[in-house]
Design a protein around this ligand. Structure first.
Ligand SMILES: [Zn+2]
Length: 133
């Protein structure tokens, strides 16, 4: 639920927009969001910046019927953990899909969509969502 819970920061925003993560040059594992130290190798190794394909599968999901403030116009909506081709898991909303049509293992791809309107400020937050591929 990181997209929904954390304060808005431009750095996070850019990384979400581009689906940027890291790949450890030592063990080859992918991470999202970006990291500077590999949690597996636990030492300073070179972390390469990578852009994920945005293609993956639904690992697990939940249907939100009573949404938090700011999301009411979306309810019910699907929040899923997506396992990307690169092996990293990302939490994101599934769009263009009815709650009864989503299933575990369903192929999805990233799309860039409006996240929500910031109440009162008129600021609209955008982020990565996923749609059936
Ligand atoms: Zn590593």
């Amino acid at each position: 639920m990181s997209e929904f819970a954390v304060p808005f920061h431009w750095r996070n925003f850019k990384s979400r927009y581009n689906l940027i993560g890291s790949r450890c040059s030592s063990c080859g594992k992918y991470f999202y969001p970006e990291r500077s130290i590999c949690p597996i190798c636990k030492r300073t190794v070179k972390m390469e910046k990578v852009k994920f394909s945005g293609k993956g599968r639904v690992f697990t999901y939940t249907v939100i019927r009573v949404p938090p403030e700011g999301f009411s116009s979306y309810a019910p909506y699907i929040v899923a953990i997506i396992e990307l081709e690169e092996g990293v898991k990302i939490t994101g909303q599934i769009v263009d899909c009815e709650p009864e049509d989503v299933e575990i293992g369903m192929p999805v791809e990233a799309v860039f969509r409006k996240m929500r309107s910031e109440k009162g400020s008129g600021i609209i937050l955008y982020g990565t969502k996923f749609k059936p591929a």
